[in-house]
Each structure stands twice: as C-alpha cells, then as structure tokens.
Design a protein around this ligand. Structure first.
Ligand SMILES: C[S@@+](CC[C@H](N)C(=O)[O-])C[C@H]1O[C@@H](n2cnc3c(N)ncnc32)[C@H](O)[C@@H]1O
Length: 280
C-alpha cells in the first residue's frame, strides 16, 4: 500500500469523489468485502480494525437487519421504499432483498456520497422500479420536493422509510430527531420506519477514542448515541416486537428478526441499536 491519500494511477476516480479522506460509504463497502473503495479507505479501515476486530461483523449484522426489516415491512403490504443513506451497491440491495416478497416494489435510494452515483449500476438494474438521488438528508425540504422522489413515491400510500447506519454521521446540531420526524410526517399513516444507529454503550473507551480519531480525518464525523437517544427517534410511533416474546423494543441488529436472538447477538451486532415502527 502507498501513502494514505495517494491513488494508484490505474484507478479511475469518478468526478466529485474525494480520494484524500475516507468516506463512510467506502469504509462500509470495504468492511462488507466490496471493491468500491480507495487506498485511503482501506488504510483507515485496517487501522480501526486493529482496535475493533469485529467491524466486518458489525457491517454484516447491520446489513442483515436492513434486509430483514425491509422484507418484514413489505409483508405488511408496503410496496414503496425510501432508503436514505443507502450506501454503495452491495451483495443484496434493498430492491433485491424485497424480490421474494414483492417483485415490483419501488425503491428510491438516497445517498450523499458521489461514489454511490458513480457505481449506481448495481442499484438501478431496473429504471422503472429503482432510482438513486444524490442528496444530503440534512436538507429535508430539498429531498422531499425532489421530482425524482415524487415520481416514484405516492405519498398518499404507506411507504417504508429505511435509515440504517446513517444517523451516527449526523451531529446533534443538525437535530437528527427533528429530521427523522420530518420524513416520517411526510409519509401516509400506516408507513414504517426502520432505523439502526451506532452506539458506544457497550464498547471500551479506547475503542471509542480510536473510532472518533479515524472519523475526525474522514468526510463525516461520528456521533454514537445511547439507547435513550436512539429510542427518541421512534417517539410517537408504534414500535414492533423484534423477536418472539421480546415485546415492542429497540434491540441490537443481530437480534432483530432472529430465530435465536441470543446466538445472533454477536460483538459486532452490539455496536448498533435498531428498531422498526409503524406510523399510526
Ligand atoms: C454505513 S453506510 C450504511 C449503508 C446502508 N444504509 C446499510 O445500512 O447497509 C452509511 C451511508 O450513509 C451515507 N450518509 C452519511 N451521511 C449522510 C447524509 N447526511 N445524507 C445522506 N447520506 C448520508 C453515507 O454516504 C453512507 O453511504
């Protein structure tokens, strides 16, 4: 590997893509075993993995929650989805995860990172049923007014809003709770929110410091939140039961929808809280 920030000459850098700093989308892609990342991401990812060996496990546990939650929502009759902070195309994107439940589900992917648009072929296998918008979720007015969003989503019908592993990149100053409420309020009653969020509640302080130091050099910084802070995202909504006998609650990503939650709750899973809720 060369020096961080240097890109080998044979690598194509899409327009608008910053190769001098790691980005959340490319780091996550790397932890999932993807190849849509640069040397600067791989060096940072491996440095962080020295402190947190379970980062790939964290990414897979979260991805599994995302897919199970999307299918669970689809089984309740929802046929249209907004996937905010969708990330780079990966093993099973939302519209592919939904295929076995609703083959004609409509999915709008939204992501801030221009690298996602540059690799959108994996997301947009069918232009009629999937679309990508490059936008910052911190500007809900612009996103909700987007003609691409309005062309795909019927706001009079229930929708599934997926915001997984994204809001820990949004500072308190941007009021992530107010942003989620704004998006949920725009949806019809009977819509669902699926959300996961990074936490430091069960991590040793040295690990948390290492993560903050790495993200201080990245395009977005890290804002892990407590259980009580994550619960606030679901205020006014009807939380679903994540697994049989649990009652309505927030849990860790491996546990949600798991047949055997005790086995599924790995160390990586405990880096995230998650929940699914219905808008009454
Ligand atoms: C860790 S990935 C999660 C991908 C996917 N949601 C999942 O759970 O598998 C976080 C994604 O959120 C995106 N993101 C971060 N801040 C954002 C913002 N303000 N607006 C839109 N996307 C954002 C990043 O670019 C990245 O692709």
């Amino acid at each position: 590997m060369g020096e961080a920030g240097q890109v080998p000459e044979d690598v194509d850098v899409p327009e608008g893509v910053d190769v001098t700093r790691p980005t959340p989308a490319r780091l996550y892609d790397y932890y999932l075993g993807g190849t849509s990342n640069f040397e600067v991401d791989r060096i940072a990812a491996e440095q962080m993995r020295l402190q947190m060996p379970e980062l790939s496990d964290m990414a897979w546990a979260n991805r599994g929650f995302h897919q199970r939650a999307a299918r669970w929502i689809a089984r309740r009759g929802v046929r249209q989805f907004i996937d905010i902070g969708s990330g780079l195309p990966t093993a099973s994107n939302t519209h592919q995860a939904l295929l076995e439940v609703i083959p004609d589900a409509r999915v709008v992917y939204v992501d801030l990172d221009p690298m996602v648009a540059a690799h959108a072929d994996g997301l947009l296998t069918s232009r009629d049923s999937a679309r990508l918008i490059t936008a910052d979720l911190r500007d809900p007015g612009a996103l909700l007014a987007s003609s691409d969003l309005r062309a795909m989503i019927d706001f009079a019908e229930p929708a599934g809003l997926l915001i997984t592993a994204v809001l820990h990149f949004v500072a308190d100053a941007s009021d992530p709770w107010g942003l989620v409420a704004r998006y949920v309020d725009a949806l019809a009653p009977g819509s669902y929110l699926a959300l996961s969020h990074g936490t430091a509640d069960k991590l040793p302080p040295a690990m948390v410091r290492a993560a903050h130091e790495m993200f201080a050099r990245a395009t977005e910084q890290l804002y892990p939140r407590s259980l009580a802070e994550v619960e606030r995202f679901f205020a006014g909504l009807e939380l679903a039961e994540p697994y049989q006998g649990a009652g309505p609650m927030i849990c860790h990503t491996g546990e949600w929808g798991a047949e055997d939650p005790a086995t599924a709750d790995s160390d990586g899973s405990r880096i995230m809280y998650c929940g699914v809720a219905r808008r009454p």
